[in-house]
Write a new protein. Structure first.
Length: 330
């Protein structure tokens, strides 16, 4: 949390941008540090740049994809992202706000994973010296002892979104540190009736993903960049065979895993979700960082952070949020 502490007190006016040269976890620290500042509303508008120097580098790989570059890793990916920084182009990106049963609120720039993906991510830390190969090794080890997790999953699909501002009840119960989560109700209350509740309660994995890549060699969301205010939600139901799960993960390198039409793999674009583990087992990985297993819910805030990017894909834009910088160049 050193980066988190640094950006909480840094005089941001001295800098044009914050360049984070690391993996996805350090960008997670920086964004959460910015959101913990008294001047968070202006601090979070500071342009951010991701230069890949970690194991997964999913955010950098996604930005590389949006810029129209071919999928690359290591020094080639670093070179491409450095070129984007030199071009000084900015693009708005979504931010995921998360609330937990213990009262914690945090923000995600990439993903929340529970089950198989979180296990592989966190358990392969001891193989970090292998670079991205740690995830391949971790996948085989976890397949050998495949786990099933019990829980309830609910989500708000894009097509059922009701345009609304925060109600007085939402304003009253939520700390004003950070944007209002207008689509979420308290975790002790049932989800609103227009949400979808997944009937199954046995899962191999659940993944909420804001971008296209899960690592520089895992093209997890070939459907492309999320429109403003939405995220990708994937889950795999219990019953999938180890062989099929392995095929899906191997095909993910080129984004071909959806071609299998696996009945156990479900994908839906959403704006909010709630996940409640039932047996307390397993852990969450938020942007690759450990979070204890407890009830969690989250919603996407559209175009909330500014990233150095060379986006070439058109993205449906909502009205810019108040206070956001009206610019596209750094």
């Amino acid at each position: 949390n050193h980066a988190r502490e640094l950006v909480r007190v840094e005089e941001l006016g001295r800098w044009d941008a914050l360049v984070v040269m690391s993996g996805d976890g350090l960008m997670h620290e920086v964004v959460n540090g910015l959101m913990e500042r008294p001047d968070w509303e202006t601090a979070i508008c500071k342009p951010l740049c991701s230069l890949p120097a970690g194991s997964g580098n999913a955010l950098a790989a996604s930005l590389n994809h949006y810029a129209g570059y071919e999928q690359v890793t290591n020094e080639d990916l670093l070179t491409n992202c450095t070129l984007l920084l030199c071009r000084r182009l900015l693009a708005p990106m979504n931010l995921l706000s998360l609330q937990t049963a213990s009262g914690l609120r945090l923000f995600s720039v990439l993903s929340l994973a529970w089950g198989f993906i979180a296990d592989v991510d966190l358990e392969s830390e001891r193989f970090r010296r292998l670079g991205e190969m740690r995830f391949t090794l971790g996948t085989f080890l976890r397949l050998a002892a495949l786990r099933v997790y019990k829980g309830t999953l609910a989500y708000l699909p894009v097509e059922r979104v009701v345009s609304q501002g925060p109600t007085p009840a939402v304003v009253a119960r939520q700390n004003r540190q950070g944007p209002m989560d207008a689509h979420l109700v308290p975790l002790h209350e049932p989800v609103p009736p227009h949400w979808t509740v997944v009937p199954e309660q046995d899962f191999v994995l659940v993944l909420a993903l804001l971008h296209t890549h899960l690592s520089s060699e895992m093209f997890a969301a070939p459907m492309g960049r999320c429109p403003a205010g939405t995220m990708h939600l994937f889950y795999v139901r219990a019953g999938v065979s180890r062989a099929m799960l392995l095929r899906l993960f191997l095909a993910m390198e080129k984004g071909k895993h959806m071609d299998y039409d696996c009945p156990y793999l479900v994908y839906v674009p959403v704006v909010a979700f709630r996940l409640e583990p039932k047996d307390g087992k397993g852990v969450f990985a938020v942007d690759g960082e450990l979070m204890i297993s407890e009830a969690v819910q989250g919603q996407v805030h559209p175009d909330y952070i500014w990233m150095v990017s060379g986006c070439v894909e058109p993205q449906p834009r909502q009205k810019p949020r108040q206070g956001a910088p009206q610019r596209e160049h750094l």
